[in-house]
Ligand binder design. Structure first.
Ligand SMILES: [Zn+2]
Length: 123
């Protein structure tokens, strides 16, 4: 079972809903348990720049999973799997709640992206 929290559309209160879940391979690290350090992800190295910034040994570390530039995956905390809502096992009522939750997650992510863009612009 997995607990999701959504706000009640009528009262605005937080509602905790238990939904059936299953384990799935972590989509963030693809089951590795490690991801490239977020401070380095986001930065796409040009070939020359990459050659410039790293020597051979560092380059090998950069490209290797679990190397010195990797950090424990924060999505699964290194467990390689995450709980995923078993959508095919939801009752119709649960499905409505789950879809509302997905919608709010998307809205949160968009809001976050806007905030981040504003921060980068120095707002
Ligand atoms: Zn992971």
């Amino acid at each position: 079972m997995m607990t999701i929290t959504l706000s009640d559309p009528d009262t605005g209160d937080d509602l905790e809903v238990q939904l059936p879940s299953r384990k799935c391979v972590c989509p963030t690290c693809e089951g590795e348990g490690y991801v490239l350090n977020p401070s380095m992800r986001g930065h796409a190295y040009a070939k020359e720049e990459f050659d410039d910034a790293f020597d051979d040994e560092q380059r090998a570390e950069y490209l290797k999973r679990g190397g010195i530039y990797d950090v424990v995956c924060e999505t699964c905390n290194g467990r390689n799997v995450v709980d995923e809502v078993a959508e095919d096992q939801l009752t119709p009522a649960q499905l409505v709640q789950y879809e509302a939750w997905c919608e709010s997650q998307r809205a949160d992510a968009e809001y976050e992206a806007v905030c981040r863009a504003e921060r980068e612009m120095g707002a």
